[in-house]
Design a protein around this ligand. Structure first.
Ligand code: XMP
Length: 311
């Protein structure tokens, strides 16, 4: 879809102004390009009547809370960090099924946002839902965390009135918009990261221990692949285990998958053609730096038939 960036920005800022009127809004900001663009549009429309909220779910990547705070500070957007990892781990406890996990995450996410809205005497939630989130939920591929209408949930249940300025756009269009808004390259080129975070990169139950493992492996993969600029690259922790032999001793350890894909809008994707030497380097680092791992695999499945994430 060809769209006029400046007209789009003007229209969305006006729309936010009109809807929120003299009231206040919060913007759920994870630091990804979609939510940062929303925070900027909200800020242009409402100035200090917009507060960007970063929920620390405990499921974020290494140093992410610190990085997101710095990004928003640079843009002079009023920001609050909500520490909520305990409630998310509690909600995810004992849940193995992908859709059960997504449901538990979604319910907790909106409950926390509903409470935050009240705390800041705000009436509206601005969020960065994009067209693919809605499409995949509608097509029952996976119920993305930020889509309520398609699964018959009324946001009023959580005391929320929702504004979604990017609901008609795909990722590549949001990136153009971010550039037009003057955001830095590290934002508009940032890899997509799902709202439920590392929880969708663990097969089976999510525990703080598994999150620590997958977080560390993700940091290694992102670090080693940064110069290749893949569309998305990360680690996945499987639920199975495999026998290894480390320093001549048997070890029944965990399995990490390296996932790296090329795509434009995440609708379809191809595995990245990573040089074998780099894959070997990643394997060595993962085995050395994460003692519980005994096997590292590389996923060569495109989307379709696979999806990008594992849950
Ligand atoms: P899949 O795994 O369906 O993902 O190929 C397509 C794109 O969407 C991201 N993704 C999500 N983003 N909430 C989000 O904000 C979610 O629940 C969610 N699930 C997947 C995924 O990272 C990929 O870029």
């Amino acid at each position: 879809m060809a769209f006029n960036l400046n007209n789009f920005i003007r229209e969305k800022v006006e729309e936010i102004k009109k809807r929120v009127n003299k009231e206040r809004a919060i913007c759920a900001t994870s630091g990804g390009v979609d939510s940062v663009v929303c925070a900027v549009l909200g800020h242009l429309a409402l100035k200090d009547r917009l507060i960007a909220i970063f929920i620390n779910t405990g499921l974020m990547r290494q140093d992410e809370p610190k990085q997101v705070r710095a990004i928003l500070k640079k843009m002079k957007i009023k920001t609050k960090i909500i520490q909520a990892s305990k409630v998310f781990f509690k909600a995810l406890k004992g849940k193995n099924d992908p859709e059960q996990k997504r449901k538990a995450f979604r319910e907790t996410f909106y409950k926390v946002l509903g409470r935050t809205l009240k705390k800041f005497k705000a009436n509206y939630l601005i969020q960065g839902t994009i067209a693919l989130d809605i499409k995949e939920t509608k097509d029952k591929i996976k119920s993305q965390h930020n889509v309520l209408s398609q699964i018959g949930i009324n946001p009023k249940k959580f005391g929320l009135k929702i504004i979604e300025p990017l609901a008609t756009l795909y990722k590549s269009e949001v990136r153009k918009l971010a550039k037009a808004l003057g955001l830095p390259k590290n934002i508009y080129e940032r890899m997509p990261f799902p709202g439920p975070g590392l929880a969708v990169r663990i097969i089976g139950e999510v525990t703080p221990e598994k999150i620590r493992i997958v977080r560390k492996a993700t940091a290694i993969i992102e670090n080693e692949l940064s110069k290749f600029k893949p569309f998305q690259a990360f680690a996945v922790l499987l639920n199975d285990r495999a026998t290894g032999v480390i320093k001549n001793k048997r070890k029944f350890g965990n399995i990490i998958v390296i996932r790296s894909v090329e795509s434009e809008n995440a609708v379809v994707a191809k595995p990245s053609k990573i040089p074998y030497k780099i894959l070997e380097k990643i394997e060595k680092r993962i085995i050395k730096e994460i003692p519980k791992i005994t096997k590292v695999l590389y996923d060569i499945t495109p989307k379709p038939p696979s999806t990008i994430e594992y849950v």
